[in-house]
Design a protein around this ligand. Structure first.
Ligand code: ADP
Ligand code: MG
Length: 419
């Protein structure tokens, strides 16, 4: 089993004192357009500093959870993954960089707009000479790239670095289900079903941070794989077509619904969206949110009208396009939620469906639930929305139906929320 050595633990504590640096969607796109090996190297330098800082914050938090939650076996497993990935990341440049690349990396961080590290604090030094007051050595901008000539070995380094962070991403695939398992262990040990607000707030921070880390890693991997589909910069699509994504989510959710309830024909979903509405977004995030919301509405309608119903009232998906916002409303006539129950729907693991068995091996890439039963659909979708400066709201009319409002920020210059 992986063990955190005292030295590593010290190092993690030190990195956790640095503030995390947010990146906006727009910044990621600007940086990732037609990347050269030099750009990719610079991005790897940024990640070599930023990811360990983010991981260290999470290790620290996992160690300091309230009410012995930190002692649950599954929580310890997750903490060890974070520590191991931290170690992989901080050790990598030293192991894999040639002296020449090390020099170039130093030049890079000197050229960027940072303040110098105080000479008398050598043990506070970061790999690229950042200072502990916030500004880090390498930022995601092109400013320090001018006039640099890159030796051929930079390709090899970039490839190896990409492989390493791919392995890190894979290691963390089962994090959501394993943390959920940890919460169950905790509930059993306390013999209580209440997840208090501290734990709720922790999960929001923890999963939000995970979305950010996976976004940065996913983006870097995609950029290193070379130019992909048209209009894509990494995993960001600069012309995400909302009508197409919505229709795909409708088809997928309907398929799952009909399969789950054994229906010949489930409720219809009417999509009202301009066919040419395009905006910059991460299509996989958008699909995830719409899919989860549609499954909820489909389930509510089917359970309200029964599986024998010939004609269900249709669900409406309406898209409004403003200057600031793209707003998507999903309205169903599934009977709504009692007012007292509305706050609960945002809590993790709250579900009125038969509970699903937690199976970490099932958690292949990102968290994907079947029809219902994990109680993660709404809270995780809200995190995805908020990650790029949007939001998700739910209004219920008990006895009639539910409206959910998904707001997506069009300007896309808001920095990541960094818990
Ligand atoms: P899950 O779908 O796994 O139960 P969610 O977080 O997606 O988890 O939803 C939590 C709960 O909120 C659901 O179990 C259901 O009781 C309620 N809910 C969500 N959306 C709707 C809706 N459109 N109509 C009625 N109830 C809903
Ligand atoms: Mg759901």
């Amino acid at each position: 089993m992986y063990r955190i050595t005292p030295q590593l633990s010290e190092k993690i504590k030190h990195f956790a004192t640095f503030p995390q640096t947010g990146v906006s969607l727009r910044q990621m796109v600007m940086f990732g357009q037609n990347p050269t090996q030099g750009t990719l190297f610079k991005a790897s330098q940024f990640l070599s500093e930023e990811l360990p800082i983010r991981l260290a914050h999470r290790v620290k938090e996992l160690e300091e959870l309230p009410h012995n939650l930190s002692d649950m076996p599954s929580i310890i497993r997750v903490k060890n993954w974070y520590a191991q990935s931290f170690q992989d990341l901080v050790e990598f440049p030293n192991k894999e960089m040639t002296p020449r690349l090390k020099d170039m990396a130093k030049t890079l961080s000197k050229q960027s707009d940072m303040q110098a590290l105080p000479e008398n604090s050598p043990n506070l030094a970061m790999p690229n000479g950042s200072n502990p007051n916030g500004r880090k050595g390498v930022s995601l901008s092109h400013s320090a790239m001018d006039g640099v000539e890159w030796p051929a070995e930079v390709n090899t380094y970039n490839e190896k670095f990409t492989k390493m962070i791919e392995a890190v991403k894979r290691r963390h695939d089962p994090v959501v289900t394993t943390v959920a398992q940890g919460i169950l262990e905790f509930k059993q040990s306390k013999k209580s079903h209440l997840v208090d607000t501290d734990v709720q707030a922790f999960l929001d921070r923890f999963y939000m941070s995970r979305i950010g880390i996976r976004m940065l890693i996913g983006q870097h991997i995609a950029l290193n794989k070379g130019p992909s589909r048209k209009d894509y910069v990494g995993i960001i699509c600069t012309k995400t077509n909302l009508a197409d994504i919505a229709q795909e989510a409708v088809d997928n959710a309907k398929f799952i619904c009909e399969d789950y309830y054994g229906l010949f024909r489930g409720p219809e979903v009417h999509v009202h969206c301009k066919k040419d509405l395009e905006f910059m977004y991460v299509p996989s995030h958008l699909s995830h949110m719409l899919f989860e919301l549609l499954k909820n509405s489909l389930r509510a309608v089917v359970e309200q009208y029964g599986t024998e119903c010939d004609e269900y009232p249709p669900i409406k998906l309406i898209v409004a396009q403003g200057k600031e916002d793209i707003a998507i409303k999903i309205s169903d006539e599934g009977g709504g939620i009692p007012r007292s129950g509305v706050p609960l729907v945002w809590t993790y693991m709250y579900t009125t469906a038969p509970s699903q068995h937690l199976d970490p091996t099932f958690d292949k890439s990102d968290f994907k639930a079947p029809m219902a039963g994990f109680g993660y659909g709404l809270p995780i979708s809200r995190l995805y929305a908020r990650y790029f400066g949007g939001d998700l709201k739910l209004i219920s009319m008990e006895g009639y139906g539910t409206d959910v409002y998904l707001h997506l920020n069009r300007i896309s210059n808001s920095d990541e929320p960094l818990p």
